[in-house]
Design a protein around this ligand. Structure first.
Ligand code: FES
Length: 90
């Protein structure tokens, strides 16, 4: 098992806003939001600690809404570069 996977953890929401990834996936599909900034126009998340953003980035790419692994913020530089280009997640 890769060392960043821990079946004892369950990451399924933006803890700061309480918005579940399931709700965010449904919203993204409903409104056609394919990026974090586009989704933030329709839902509240990622406005405080931003620890949820790597997971929401992954959710947008794969549809996964429950995670048992720690996803480093650096992974977003490849998958969601708009977050680092002043794309609204500040
Ligand atoms: S967990 Fe999403 S902003 Fe803190």
């Amino acid at each position: 098992m890769p060392r960043n996977i821990n079946p004892a953890i369950r990451i399924d929401r933006c803890v700061c806003s309480g918005t579940s990834f399931d709700h965010l996936r449904e919203t993204s599909r409903k409104v056609g939001a394919e990026s974090i900034p586009a989704l933030q126009e329709h839902a509240t998340f990622g406005q405080n600690c931003r620890l949820c953003l790597p997971y929401i980035c992954r959710m947008l790419k794969t549809g996964t809404v429950v995670f048992t692994e720690i996803i480093p913020e650096e992974s977003m530089r490849v998958d969601c570069p708009e977050v680092f280009e002043g794309g609204g997640a500040e």
